[in-house]
Design a protein around this ligand. Structure first.
Ligand SMILES: CC(C)(COP(=O)(O)OP(=O)(O)OC[C@H]1O[C@@H](n2cnc3c(N)ncnc32)[C@H](O)[C@@H]1OP(=O)(O)O)[C@@H](O)C(=O)NCCC(=O)NCCS
Length: 108
């Protein structure tokens, strides 16, 4: 079941992976255009990570367009790891898969 979280600043969704419910895929992440560049994306990502931890998932993934420098900066700043890049037939561009080990050694 997908869960949507939203505020006046933005939103995101979290879905357990079918067949592997300890793994969550995060998607639909955005900050409203007027709010961007003020740290809200980073803040919202940290809130997503708190919810993943609270929900006792063990690992989380998300995808990002390889050219989306702002989101890749947010992922790097919040401790996510680049996993792999692939050619996306839908977008005609590179898409990257990133992951975060919840409760991992570096996660406090
Ligand atoms: C991606 C997004 C969520 C970022 O939100 P935000 O509130 O602007 O993010 P923050 O302000 O917390 O941080 C953005 C970081 O990216 C950096 N950044 C922004 N544009 C950049 C660019 N073109 N190149 C390199 N870095 C960039 C900022 O400097 C900042 O890093 P810093 O804190 O080290 O200075 C927002 O731009 C958005 O909603 N975009 C449209 C939807 C989207 O792309 N969602 C992600 C789908 S995977």
């Amino acid at each position: 079941m997908t869960t949507r979280y939203a505020s006046e600043f933005g939103a995101f969704e979290i879905s357990p992976i079918p067949g592997q419910p300890q793994l969550a895929h995060c998607h639909g992440f955005f900050i409203v255009p007027a709010g961007r560049g003020k740290g809200l994306g980073t803040q919202q990502k940290l809130e997503q990570m708190r919810l993943l931890d609270e929900s006792l998932y063990d690992y989380a993934t998300c995808t990002v367009d390889a050219e989306n420098a702002a989101q890749k900066r947010v992922l790097t700043k919040t401790g996510w790891t680049f996993l792999v890049a692939f050619d996306n037939r839908r977008t005609g561009k590179k898409t990257e898969l990133w992951g975060w080990e919840i409760g991992g050694e570096d996660n406090g």
